[in-house]
Design a protein around this ligand. Structure first.
Ligand SMILES: C[S@@+](CC[C@H](N)C(=O)[O-])C[C@H]1O[C@@H](n2cnc3c(N)ncnc32)[C@H](O)[C@@H]1O
Length: 172
């Protein structure tokens, strides 16, 4: 099944968890990669990898892929056999981290109950020094990780050529 159709099917089943009707565009994926390039080199975890739209552009960074949907994981393992893919909730995986890392995030936070547990976990990982930086995109206008006490928080890029248009936020 084509990635776009599989993605739409998943969205119709679980709109809150998928958050958009189609995978990110290559323009958004490139904007994410360009934002990561300027940050400290560290190991990378991508959570909510989906069909791999962002993964494709950051695979040179050797990210650990975390995705809650089984079928997406099958696709990710087929397309990125050199990367480790974990079929798990991001919260469970992040609780196990014991070395410094950068986080690439595309799990929707707007109106998602996941956010309630995610924010305190991210705040704890950042204050312990394990989380070095975080790069994410949002379709909303507000700073999506405003509650976390990052030293630096910046909307780095705005990508019109995505549906819907998205802002790339960089935290460190
Ligand atoms: C907006 S899609 C992003 C997909 C892809 N990264 C992209 O940009 O096209 C959000 C993805 O997060 C995954 N997801 C949602 N909640 C999750 C969770 N708690 N843990 C891991 N993945 C999750 C969904 O299954 C979906 O693949």
């Amino acid at each position: 099944m084509r990635k776009e159709i599989l993605f739409l099917k998943k969205y119709l089943k679980s709109p809150q968890s998928i958050g958009s009707v189609m995978p990110s565009s290559e323009f958004l994926a490139k904007a994410m990669f360009n934002s990561i390039k300027d940050l400290d080199k560290t190991s990378v975890i991508e959570i909510g990898a989906g069909t791999g739209a962002i993964t494709k552009h950051i695979s040179s960074l050797n990210p650990l892929l975390v995705e809650i949907d089984k079928e997406f994981c099958v696709l990710l393992r087929q397309n990125y056999p050199h990367l480790k893919t974990v079929n798990s909730c991001a919260l469970e995986q992040l609780k196990k981290v014991d070395e410094g890392f950068g986080l690439v995030l595309s799990i929707p936070l707007i109106n998602n109950p996941f956010k309630t547990s995610f924010i305190p976990l991210i705040a704890a990982l950042y204050s312990s020094g394990l989380l070095k930086w975080c790069v994410m995109y949002t379709y909303g206008l507000n700073n999506p990780l405003d509650e976390v006490n990052f030293k630096s928080k910046e909307r780095k890029r705005f990508v019109m050529k995505n549906f819907p248009p998205a802002s790339v936020w960089v935290y460190s």
